[in-house]
Structure formats: C-alpha cells, structure tokens
Design a protein around this ligand. Structure first.
Ligand SMILES: Nc1ncnc2c1ncn2[C@@H]1O[C@H](COP(=O)(O)OP(=O)(O)OP(=O)(O)O)[C@@H](O)[C@H]1O
Length: 252
C-alpha cells in the first residue's frame, strides 16, 4: 500500500537542476531511506515531498487522497525550527495546533511526543537555551506531535548523543511498524540507515540511479560505485584492490 507517490518531480535553482525527474513511492508501514553523495539533491527532494518546496514539474499524491499538507505530514529538514522565546511545551503546543490537532487533545499529544524524545523534563525550558542535541529532539517531537501519516526526516541524528541516536532508531521503526506511518529518511550514516531501512534509494545528480539492499555489507562502497557508474566511470577494479599496508612506525 503506497502512502506517497511522486512522479516526475523536477526542481531547478537557476542553472542547477537539483532534482531531475524523480519517481518515488513511500509505503505505509515502511522506512524508506534516501542516500546520495553531497549535492545529489536529497534535501531538495525531501522538501518537495514534505510539501515545503514547490516542484517545477511532477505530481505528488497521497493514498488517503488528502492534500500533502502539514496536517498529514511531519518533517524535520535542515535546522529544527523553534521559537527561541517560547518554552518547549509552548513550541510543541503551537506545532500541534498548526497541524490541526484538536485543542482538547493538544496537552496529551505534547506530553506523548516529549516523552518519546526524552525531553519531558525540559517542557518548561525556553527553546533558545537548549543544547544542539535537545533542539534536535524538540524538532523531532514537533514533527511527530500530530501523529502524521508520512514522516520526512533529513539527517535526523544530527547533533544527537548515542542515547539520542538509539531513541531516533527506535522511534522511526516504531512509527512505521506499529503506527503504520510511511517514513522517508535521509542520512550519510549508511550503517545507521541499514539498521532501520526496508528500502534504500540512491540519488545522484538529481536522479534515482539505483537501490541498495540494507542487508548487504559495505553500503558506502556500493553507493560510491553506483554513483561512479552513473557518471560512466568503472571503479570496480579500484574498489577491489586491497588497502595499502601501513608503514611500520619509525623508531625514535
Ligand atoms: N536554495 C538553493 N539555491 C540554489 N541552489 C540550491 C538551493 N538548494 C539546493 N541547491 C543546489 O541543488 C543541488 C542539490 O542540493 P541538495 O541540498 O538538495 O543536495 P543534498 O543531496 O541534500 O546535499 P548534502 O548531502 O550535501 O546535504 C546542489 O547543487 C545545491 O547547490
């Protein structure tokens, strides 16, 4: 069952075609990972899929027939947005209201999201005074507060300590498997993605150039080889060569 269907998405910035005719399906109950080298178009694609950037061409459809909007999509892309002067609780409440959570249900939604991200003890703290990692946790809680059908996360573990990484890993999998959410996540930490992803799509120069199997080893090498092949470069021999032996330590 596909929750989100994107066909022929294109986005240009002046002379640069950041996304160049991408088709992508994100299924309910699945974690779909998007990977690619720097500048391959991941963030631009995620922003279009989250409904915060208008495509120059292509269509986006949601299974429910709902308009792709903040009420059904949760996202954390780029720097987490928070009002510095408001408390964590006020930030989460306004995120919930903006995303059409009925007023009477907001306190419960806020408490649930804050607990899930391990920031329930920070609810009365001003967002402006939070550490980098806790701002990221607040951004993730805001993305989840309305129990979205589709969750779009760009580098969700940015700034998080190992405990935070575990929280995100558990949360992403729980959202997909238990809540039936469709999750699209992008990261350069391929080993981390491999633990949670059902599918991995590779983007290169704005186009989908292949898929990786999350259960196979050496995903970085496979990604690099796939990107090189898309550029017409065969790096098979290069990648098969053993690493040069380390020089013996010089004695003093
Ligand atoms: N607002 C913008 N104005 C101009 N060019 C942009 C803008 N946003 C993205 N681009 C360009 O579009 C291309 C794709 O960028 P994008 O940020 O989507 O890639 P990415 O895969 O997310 O990269 P990274 O892994 O480095 O975060 C790049 O060439 C980038 O310079």
């Amino acid at each position: 069952m596909t929750t989100l269907e994107a066909r022929g998405l294109v986005r240009r910035f002046g002379e640069v075609t950041a996304v160049d005719g991408v088709d992508l399906d994100v299924a309910a109950g699945q974690v779909h990972a998007l990977v690619g080298l720097n500048g391959s178009g991941k963030t631009t694609l995620l922003r279009m899929l989250a409904g915060v950037l208008r495509p120059d061409a292509g269509v986006l459809r949601l299974r429910s027939g709902a308009e792709p909007s903040g009420a059904v999509i949760g996202h954390l892309i780029d720097v987490p947005a928070a009002y510095a002067e408001l408390t964590v609780e006020q930030n989460l409440s306004s995120a919930a209201l903006l995303r059409a959570v009925p007023r009477a249900l907001v306190p419960r939604a806020v408490s649930r999201a804050a607990t899930a991200l391990g920031i329930a003890d920070l609810l009365t703290r001003r967002a402006g005074g939070l550490s980098l990692g806790n701002r990221q946790r607040l951004g993730l809680a805001a993305a989840l507060v309305h129990d979205p059908q589709l969750l779009v996360l760009d580098e969700p573990t940015n700034g998080l300590d190992p405990a935070g990484v575990l929280v995100v890993r558990r949360l992403v999998v729980e959202r997909a498997r238990t809540a039936g959410c469709a999750v699209l996540v992008s990261s350069h930490h391929l080993d981390e993605l491999a633990r949670i992803a059902d599918r991995i799509t590779v983007l290169h120069r704005g186009r989908v150039v292949g898929r990786l199997d999350p259960r196979t080893p050496d995903l970085e090498v496979q990604l690099f080889a796939m990107a090189a092949r898309a550029d017409g470069i065969d790096v098979t021999a290069e990648l098969g060569r053993p690493a040069p032996a380390r020089k013996p330590e010089a004695r003093s």
